[in-house]
Design a protein around this ligand. Sequence first.
Ligand code: ZN
Length: 150
Amino acid sequence: MKGFNFDDLKQVDRTRLGKEVPLELFRAIRLIGMREGLPLEGKGTTASIGRKIGESLPVSTEEELLDLFAELKIGLPRVTHREERLIKIVVDDCFCKGLPVLEEKKVCDLEGAIIEGALGRIMNRKVSVRETKCNVCGDEHCEYEVRWYD
Ligand SMILES: [Zn+2]
């Protein structure tokens, strides 16, 4: 299948509207299209989509990945904890910040799967990412636990 790589996506030739789209469009795709439009709130599909996006990102280190996350305005990630096979990543200003709180709902699974796909490729290991906090369920920020195996 012929498709687009990340460099293709950066080629924008819109003379009047430029390269930005409003956050509510991204939110509509994520939270209405993917969460409501797919079976099981998009669970398995979202994970596959996120991993595929993550694998395609033009990054070769953890630092480059976190920088790109900020550059793409998904959120501002920072590592808050690091041990042998675990890191915790807090995301400030996540795309979900400011949405009404829905108790018990975490909505940033796609973004976690992007981290999973990218770090899995960078580290050449099986990486698993769990979403542990989210603004939408009333937490102070979004947070992921990243674990890896040999
Ligand atoms: Zn979030």
